[in-house]
Design a protein around this ligand. Sequence first.
Ligand code: SF4
Length: 326
Amino acid sequence: MVRRGRVFSGARPTGRQHLGNYLGAIQNYVKLQDEFQCVYCIVDLHALTTLEDTHLLRGNVHEMALDWLAAGMRPEETIVFVQSHVREVTELHALLSMVTPMGWLMRAPTFKEKVRLHPENVNYGLLGYPVLMTADIILYKADTVPVGEDQLPHLELAREIVRRFHSFFGETFPEPKARLTEIPRVMGLDGVQKMSKSLNNHIELALSPQEVREKVRTAVTDPARMRRKDPGHPEVCNVFSLHRFFNAARVPEIDSACRTAGIGCVDCKNMLADGINEAFAEFRERRADLAARPDYVQDVLADGANRARTIAAATIAEVKEKMGLL
Ligand code: SF4
């Protein structure tokens, strides 16, 4: 198969993935494999910038890799690995830091946000995050990065760092382009905030069908529907917004049944749980099979790191030569 170029994407190890992760990133990762050579990285070094839950890090890496593989990543073609297993990335980070003006980093919106959220731990890792992110991408000479609209400024900063490197040392890397991806805003079960593990308003992909049903049962719906006979307003109901992903063909019917009180919220939630369970039936089987072979996941990650390291070593040799290092 002829592929168009190389995609790089990284995600922090947040452990078991949820519906928001799947709809926002994983399903796109899987699709991109048909078009590009893909390099997918679990960015554990980035997770250290906030020093939260480091004792969970190893387990989180393993669970996340399991979900990625069960969702359809094909490790025989795609490079799936852990960021810290390829130490060249820290070397490139140091080298790129020599050409990156401090002002660029201090103005980065993510840095300002992190300082606001973690005033007790404003470390260099937070400030240097965009440099490490740039190193992640260009170490593997990736030319394409899948991003949502809101992540475009981060990628632009990476492109600026690449251009600045080139202005000192000559063309070395592809300037990474954005592959704009529509990232749906998947609301959490509270119906107020985005689905997120830290807010505990999420549905994990790995849950059993019964657990999914119980989780969905807790979802907040239209607050105006106090009684079964009250007509509802699906546009304000989070259960309805999830039906769009898991029962797309039945959305008009559910919309009208809700507005006319033809359906109750309990039935509607059961219908959603059925839709989710059907969508992830194969995933669940594959995941159980992979989970029964823990060495397999470790082997995939080790093989991915080996393949990533081969590309990384060549890049670092080229960069050092251009920068005048012996
Ligand atoms: Fe939401 Fe369904 Fe209840 Fe309407 S019937 S309020 S769409 S859960």
